[in-house]
Design a protein around this ligand. Structure first.
Ligand code: C6P
Length: 414
């Protein structure tokens, strides 16, 4: 069998697209190791958005004048790009939202309120970001359903053996899991979970916030029913995100936000709703941001998701090796083969906020905290971790600086 290696990306060259990465902090370029939180934006996206605002901006789906048509084309063109990016069968199935959080809330409210009830079970996992846990807890509390979590093992990987036992507790109606954990980088076996969910007659909601920017995501191959992600984590602007859902489910669902644009006809006593996807896009959307989301998809697609994934994999392997040499560091999470470019760790005797503060003095940006995964922190037995995360512009030199910075942390506070 022929093995194809993705073309390598040139992170040094790509950094020229990102103004902040060219700046110096205390004489050194910033080592931005917080892309899991949000990515830097390339000039291609920023220039395109400025051009759009200057020459193509008007409200969409309303005006018949040329400018409005141009704006509508830009916005709908971005929808087509999102659909192609995740291999959605139809653009009608792509809803623009503000972010991944809103996309998951849309499903929890729009599907959950109508379809969950006493005796029903929503399964999430111990790895979930609060965005894929709190909406389900809330809707379960409103409907009488219960929420169960798939536990993780000591490597931070899902223990799927418990699924059958959970299924015996009630009617499993929803399974909500992330494709990649934002805290541990664990890559979850979503195809296997899809088979379980569908055998139960449940829907599978996939949080792809940490996956779609870094690896090819194909909603049809995953076998999910809904998938959510954000633009700002893939080089795009904030304020735009996407929900993909199967047309038959979206069609049967109640709307989430109500008002202008999402209606077909309104009388004082009755309203009928618009067709997909507009039924779920009430009010004036983040038009230029959706457009910029599409440009960001072009940008990362041109570099190539396989090349981005391979680059991050190489960096992660390098960083895990280097960190393993430091006896005062405890790294959480799975081995590199089953991990994306995210590394959470503990520095013996030093609070993660102090770690991050000292690293900042060295021009290294990492995140410290619970990463919106408090149940996972409880499972790990810590209040917080320090987290480094990589993207297409990350460099091995930045890993070396992280290691040198951690040695300084140890010297000052350890
Ligand atoms: N994680 C992090 O530093 P929004 O904020 O809606 O764009 O994305 C929410 C979200 C949902 N799921 C996962 C797996 C995520 O990682 C995030 C955002 C950031 O890890 C901010 S907490």
């Amino acid at each position: 069998m022929a093995v194809t290696t993705p073309a390598k990306l040139d992170a040094h060259a790509l950094r020229a697209d990102f103004a902040y990465l060219e700046e110096l902090v205390n004489g050194s370029p910033i080592a931005y190791l917080d892309s899991a939180s949000s990515t830097q934006k390339p000039k291609q996206v920023l220039d395109a958005m400025r051009e759009f605002y200057e020459h193509s901006y008007a409200n969409i789906h309303r005006g018949v004048y040329r400018l409005a048509e141009r704006a509508t084309e830009g916005y709908e063109g971005a929808r087509s790009k999102v659909a192609a990016f995740i291999n959605a069968p139809s653009t009608r199935e792509v809803i623009f939202t503000r972010n991944a959080t809103e996309a998951i809330n849309l499903v929890a409210y729009g599907w959950g309120l109508d379809n969950l009830g006493p005796g029903d079970v929503v399964i999430v996992s111990e790895l979930e970001h609060h965005a894929n846990l709190v909406p389900w807890q809330y809707i379960a509390s409103r409907t009488g359903a219960s929420v169960r979590a798939i536990p993780i093992d000591d490597l931070g990987e899902l223990n799927l053996d418990v699924l059958d036992a959970i299924a015996r507790e009630g009617n499993v109606k929803v399974v909500g899991v992330g494709l990649v954990s934002n805290t541990l980088g664990t890559i979850n076996p979503v195809e296997r979970i899809a088979a379980f969910a569908h055998a139960q007659g449940a829907i599978l909601v996939v949080d792809a916030a940490q996956a779609a920017p870094h690896r090819a995501v194909d909603v049809q191959a995953l076998g999910c029913d809904f998938l959510a992600f954000s633009s700002h984590k893939l080089c795009g602007p904030g304020g735009a995100g996407a929900l993909w859902g199967k047309a038959e489910l979206l069609e049967a669902m109640s709307p989430f936000n109500l008002g202008g644009s999402m209606i077909r006809s309104v009388a004082l006593d009755k309203t009928t709703f618009n067709e997909l996807p507009y039924k779920f896009e009430a009010g004036t959307q983040a038009i230029a941001e959706a457009y910029g989301f599409g440009v960001a998809i072009d940008y990362i697609s041109e570099i190539g998701l396989p090349a981005i994934e391979a680059h991050e994999h190489e960096l992660t392997a390098y960083a895990l090796d280097k960190l393993a040499e430091l006896d005062f560091i405890k790294v959480f999470g799975p081995p590199v083969e089953r991990r994306a470019g995210i590394i959470s760790f503990d520095v013996a005797g030093v609070h993660p906020h102090d770690v991050a503060q000292i690293l900042d003095w060295e021009g290294i940006a990492v995140r410290a905290g619970h990463h919106c995964t408090q149940p996972l922190m409880t499972r790990l037995g810590v209040a917080a971790t320090t987290r480094a995360s990589f993207y297409l512009y990350s460099l091995p030199e930045e890993v070396d600086r992280l290691v040198a910075g951690l040695l300084k942390v140890k010297k000052s506070l350890g």
